[in-house]
Design a protein around this ligand. Structure first.
Ligand SMILES: Nc1nc2c(ncn2[C@@H]2O[C@H](COP(=O)(O)OP(=O)(O)O)[C@@H](O)[C@H]2O)c(=O)[nH]1
Ligand SMILES: [Mg+2]
Length: 272
């Protein structure tokens, strides 16, 4: 920061230059560190609040069977009759170290049944609120059109899960809730929601929404700094560094911006 400011103020007369490559080398490890903290912070939020997981798919895709298997109790009615689950069900549980808020939903299909249609209308808001949507597709089948349409706006948080893996080969995350064969799902959940971290690794992470937002802003600021072009005006890195410094001070709660700057500047012996 001190060098960047010095270049702005005295660059021409004193012949000081800011080497952006050196700057990038200094900042890259910080950026990597912030990235780890972002992952930890998000994982910690998920672990504290419980992961909101919606189970979605066509009727008879195995949603209620999975719901019961994860909950460890028979909460949802399971039958071979399509359209059994009409209302949405919620259960809080801990599954393999993950606190979950599970939502079982009415299977999505074309239907004239008014009760079933009411159930399907309740799925939309659940999808909005979910941290992750499990799209259940029986192994060996293509996804059904009504489900694909409903999930399209949420593609970024949809994980396709192949059910009935005891009956047919399936690529990707393949499970058999009936047999309790759910290891692939556990691995995928931990990867998607915890960034591959062990729950213990999230202890002591930044926790409040405000802290997480500051960390995100700080990371964006560093990304901008790392992408600066050699021909940019010297004011640009100087003001980006100032912004990053301010965000960092707010994040740590220490306002040492001034004194630290003084200390750094004294090393340059400029204008003093
Ligand atoms: N073979 C096998 N059958 C399953 C599996 N999961 C669910 N089923 C059966 O498939 C039918 C529909 O399951 P259900 O959970 O009610 O589906 P939903 O309509 O999506 O809630 C039931 O008869 C279940 O016993 C599985 O992994 N393997
Ligand atoms: Mg069901």
């Amino acid at each position: 920061m001190a060098r960047a400011e010095a270049v702005v103020d005295y660059g021409e007369e004193e012949g000081i230059l800011l080497n952006l490559k050196d700057l990038a080398e200094t900042l890259a490890p910080l950026r990597a560190r912030f990235h780890v903290e972002q992952t930890r912070a998000r994982a910690a939020l998920h672990l504290r609040e419980g992961l909101r997981l919606a189970l979605v798919g066509r009727p008879n895709a195995g949603k209620s069977t999975l719901f019961n298997a994860l909950a460890g109790e028979d909460r949802a009615i399971v039958t071979e009759l399509p359209g059994t689950t009409r209302d949405s069900l919620e259960v809080r549980c801990e599954w393999r170290g993950l606190p979950l808020r599970l939502y079982d939903t009415a299977g999505l299909r074309e239907s004239q049944d008014p009760v079933e249609r009411l159930g399907m209308a309740r799925v939309g808001p659940l999808l909005e609120d979910a941290d992750l949507i499990l799209h259940l597709v029986p192994a060996g089948e293509a996804a059904s059109a009504p489900v694909e349409v409903a999930l399209a706006p949420f593609w970024a948080k949809v994980l396709e899960v192949r059910t009935f893996a005891d009956l047919a080969e399936a690529p990707g995350v393949a499970i058999s809730a009936q047999r309790g064969d759910l290891d692939a799902l556990e691995a995928a959940l931990k990867e998607r929601l915890l960034g591959g971290l062990a729950p213990d690794a999230c202890l002591g992470a930044l926790a409040t929404d405000r802290q997480v937002a500051l960390l995100d802003d700080l990371s964006r600021q560093l990304d901008l700094l790392l992408s600066l072009d050699a021909g940019c005006p010297p004011e640009l890195p100087a003001s980006l560094l100032q912004g990053a410094w301010g965000l960092l001070a707010r994040l740590t709660g220490e306002d040492r911006a001034e004194s630290a700057l003084d200390a750094l500047f004294s090393g340059f012996c400029l204008g003093k």
